[in-house]
Write a protein that binds this ligand. Structure first.
Ligand SMILES: Cc1ncc(COP(=O)(O)O)c(C=O)c1O
Length: 399
């Protein structure tokens, strides 16, 4: 880090109108109802309209993921997840915390994300590992770019392992604000509205149920079960009876969003679409300045499948030397902006070595991607001068 005020950091909270945010929070504080209430419902309606599917608000993205894993465990009585290791600890930690098991899945070496091919290999390799088949597949939309969910869905549909079809859990912590289409999404979609995400509620998240088993009715029932699981198994929408009179048949957890967080989120939604467009415009400039040495972002007019939480680069020197990336990070610093690895691979962390069933899996895609990946800032709030400075740094890399 640096104390130079002109230095451009990778992330910074996006609070476009602090006065309005303070006013909205003050109103909630004065209302006497600061926990989960009507303001959370309003936030849910607003983000659902933007995302084009119904989102249940949660206390964090991690909470949303844990609710998703609990839903899978409720269905099958166990949890065995085929998971990308190229992600945040928060993607896999809830699996460990609820007693599930992890099987690492390789990723595409260019995108850093699971693909039809890597999932097919992961399912095939697991065939004789356990009598309980893998029952969910977990991928992250790296940097905000949607993973190839349609292709992954086809593989999972075709694989038909014994037992229920594995549920596709989309860790969309980076990708709120992408265009939604059935083709682009998993079955359970988990968002994060944490401090430095494109939309922040301070800390917060959301979960959407697109399908579970392939029937709409089933999705509705699962969404209702998740809603109850979010708060001890009790129905907060059943009026005053919510605390004492209900006798839940299944005991849930405590994962709900508060009115205070929702008020901040609602205030920050103002101008969200405009800021999303701005990120894409900045990304277009960065792509042009970096395509000579990095092909991490393919050209796509308007980038409908990318929300650019950051702009990803692949700094692959000869034989993917780690110090090539270090040199790039130093080069960026010299040009006044931050570059860095946002998440490091999980499979080499001692804590996960014990939790994974295949701790020493052969993951060539993860090896290549994790040695080369680096992120640079792509925040909507950056000025044109700042964008130009970063472009200048990119043009000058290794010239
Ligand atoms: C890939 C990924 N998944 C999950 C999370 C967890 O989200 P939260 O911090 O809202 O719990 C994060 C947070 O950055 C993340 O990057």
């Amino acid at each position: 880090m640096t104390s130079d005020p002109a230095f451009i950091p990778l992330f910074r909270p996006s609070i476009p109108n602090p006065e309005r945010a303070a006013e909205a929070i003050a109103k909630v504080l004065a209302s006497g109802y600061i926990g989960e209430g009507e303001v959370v419902r309003e936030f849910e309606r607003a983000v659902s309209m933007l995302a084009l599917h119904s989102i249940l608000a949660t206390s964090s993205g991690t909470a949303a993921l844990e609710l998703a894993f609990r839903a899978v465990r409720r269905r099958d009585g166990y949890l065995r997840a085929l998971v990308t290791p190229q992600t945040c600890i928060a993607t896999a930690a809830p699996i460990v915390n609820i007693g599930g098991s992890i099987v690492w899945c390789d990723v595409d070496q260019k995108t850093g994300m699971i693909s039809g091919e890597t999932v097919a290999r992961g399912l095939e390799d697991d065939r004789f590992r356990s009598r309980q088949p893998i029952n969910c597949v977990v991928g992250v939309d790296w940097g905000g770019r949607l993973a190839p969910w349609a292709e992954i869905r086809r593989v999972v549909d075709d694989a038909r392992p014994l037992g229920n079809r594995p549920v596709l859990i989309q860790d969309a912590a980076h990708s709120f604000g992408t265009a939604f289409s059935d083709d682009y999404s998993g079955d359970l979609i988990c968002y994060s509205f944490q401090a430095i995400k494109q939309l922040t509620t301070g800390d917060g998240g959301g979960i959407a149920v697109r399908q579970f088993d392939p029937s709409d009715d089933d999705a509705k029932a699962v969404a209702k079960a998740i809603r109850l699981d979010r708060w001890f198994g009790l129905d907060r929408e059943a009026g005053q009876s919510m605390r004492c009179d209900q006798k839940p048949s299944e005991i849930g957890g405590k994962y709900q969003m508060t009115n205070v967080a929702a008020a901040l989120g609602l205030a920050n939604l103002e101008g969200f679409a405009r800021r999303s467009m701005r990120r894409k415009k900045i990304a277009e400039a960065f792509r042009a300045a970096s395509c000579r040495f990095s092909d991490a972002v393919p050209h796509e007019p308007g980038f409908p499948k990318h929300a650019f939480w950051f702009f990803p680069l692949l700094i692959a020197g000869e034989a993917h030397l780690e110090n090539d990336r270090d040199a790039f990070i130093a080069h960026a610093r010299k040009h006044g902006f931050e570059a860095g690895e946002v998440h490091r691979r999980l499979d080499v962390m001692p804590g996960f070595r014990f939790a994974a069933e295949n701790p020493r899996a052969w993951l060539p895609g993860v090896d290549a991607f994790s040695a080369a990946q680096v992120a640079i800032p792509c925040r909507a709030e950056m000025t044109d001068d700042e964008v130009e400075r970063i472009c200048g740094g990119l043009w000058r890399w290794r010239t």
